[in-house]
Ligand binder design. Structure first.
Ligand code: PA5
Length: 444
């Protein structure tokens, strides 16, 4: 279960917190009743308990089929919400050095279609050429350029190498049930497909096949992730001021509106959580950054970033607060030894666990940043495992809905994402964009 500590935020807010607590409670009721803006995109709320066993078995059938063909590399193609959930889960649950150790079970999952770097794609194909590869292409709309470009390249390689029929056994598409270019292509080519539900937006889709299939292929237990999410769903279901999701939403909105804190930094002390922060940034950035409002979501991974961003957070413009995401228990134990020469002057730590040093670094940083005028919210889980990860996914999704309604924006649309796409299409001279092409060329 996810715990939330807000005392080091409330100390900056005093009575102002109470007003936002009331607003967050009202927002919670709106989200639960399903009568707020964007309420046709609430399908994610039921995923933890509503995901059928048959869907997990279908994912496992793909894994078993590909394993029987000796496939050892899966290219998962997608961007934004069609990529970040799976990427974050694979990073959070994998051994830090699984690649170098080559002892991880399951297939190796690598990600593509999340950039337009030519070098990235060329080097991806160097890897694909050395391995026995398959591909999962994920796009809800089926028209996003980045994954479409990557998929065309991977698909052509698979067809040249394994023939058209062989390639279609190595491609799975996850897309809309009825419409879009990827849906049409999949029907024509006979790809196995999974559906992105109509009522689940990209950034809320990690517990749909968008996240579940790549996570299964990477060898992790999605039943545990779903079970953790279901436990958390129950834990944050009460309309109470003690509800952790309401406390988080109230504290961050109060800091933003009453205290001028426009930037929230998600802080972690475990490198495996780096991509969790990327997932969280998309979730909160796309859900809240609209109508001229929103907290800018940023992240640091400590202690590394204490040596890069620490100076700014301690003494720079006081625009930020921190949400520290902690894992209470390390799953491994490393004790610092004694050294007779003590030339590194570390004998005072002999016999202590590295985790103790990490915890003291986090505590020291919290106190220093508080002294520096940076309010602190604490979010913690006991362990970093599949169950806790599921709990964190659901906690942050639900709290995001509550928070965005508290702020007064529709959490479930993203009209601003279209602006760059229109310009890119105009510059690439996509058919249908002739007028926009002429207009944009005059500006450059
Ligand atoms: O959250 C969102 O809806 C977006 O970030 C999308 O996930 C992203 O643009 C990818 O879209 P699609 O899955 O349609 O290719």
């Amino acid at each position: 279960m996810v715990k939330v500590e807000i005392k080091d935020a409330v100390s900056f807010l005093g009575k102002d917190y109470d007003e936002y607590e009331k607003k967050a409670l009202a927002a919670f009721r709106t989200l639960v009743a399903g009568d707020g803006a964007g309420n046709d995109f609430l399908g994610w709320k039921q995923l933890p308990s509503g995901t059928p066993e048959s869907l997990i078995k279908e994912c496992e059938a793909v894994r078993d089929d590909w394993a029987s063909k000796g496939i050892d590399l899966v290219v998962a193609i997608g961007i934004g919400g069609s990529y970040l959930g799976a990427k974050c889960a694979v990073e959070a649950l994998s051994h830090n050095f699984s690649r170098q150790l080559r002892r991880k079970g399951g297939m190796e999952v690598v990600f593509a279609g999340n950039n337009l770097s030519e070098e990235y794609l060329a080097e991806l194909m160097d890897l694909v050429a050395e391995r026995n590869a398959a591909c999962v292409v994920i796009s809800k709309s089926g028209t996003t350029t980045e994954p479409a470009v990557a998929f065309r390249i991977v698909k052509q390689y698979l067809e040249e190498t394994y023939g058209k029929a062989g390639a279609s056994e190595r491609i799975v598409a996850i897309t809309d049930a009825h419409k879009g270019a990827l849906k049409t292509l999949s029907t024509q080519e006979g790809y196995r497909t999974f559906v992105v539900p109509d009522d689940v937006g990209g950034r809320f889709s990690v517990l749909t096949p968008v996240g579940l299939l790549p996570i299964v292929l990477a060898g992790f237990d999605v039943r545990e992730i779903l079970a953790g999410a279901a436990e958390e769903q129950k834990a944050i279901s009460e309309a109470s001021a003690e509800n952790p999701a309401i406390r988080y939403a109230a504290a961050r909105n109060a800091l933003y509106s009453a205290c001028g804190k426009k930037v929230e930094i998600l802080v972690s002390y475990n490198p495996k959580l780096q991509y969790f922060a990327e997932w969280w940034k998309q979730l909160y950035g796309e859900s809240e950054g609209k109508d001229g409002k929103g907290i800018f979501p940023a992240s640091v991974n400590n202690t590394a970033d204490l040596h890069s961003m620490g100076q700014f957070i301690q003494e720079g413009d006081r625009v930020m607060f921190e949400t520290v995401l902690s894992v209470e228990k390390s799953s491994r134990e490393v004790v610092i030894g004694s050294d007779p020469t003590n030339l590194d002057c570390l004998n005072y730590l002999a016999g202590k666990r590295v985790e103790h040093c990490n915890a003291m670094a986090a505590l020291g940083t919290r106190i220093a940043h508080l002294d520096g005028g940076v309010p602190q919210i604490g979010v913690s889980v006991e362990k970093l495992d599949a169950r806790s990860l599921g709990a964190l996914f659901y906690f942050f999704e639900f709290a995001c809905g509550v928070s965005a309604y508290t702020l007064g924006v529709n959490p479930f649309n993203q009209p601003g994402v279209e602006a760059y796409k229109k310009n890119m299409f105009a510059l690439l001279e996509k058919p249908g964009y002739e007028e926009a092409s002429a207009a944009i060329r005059k500006r450059i």
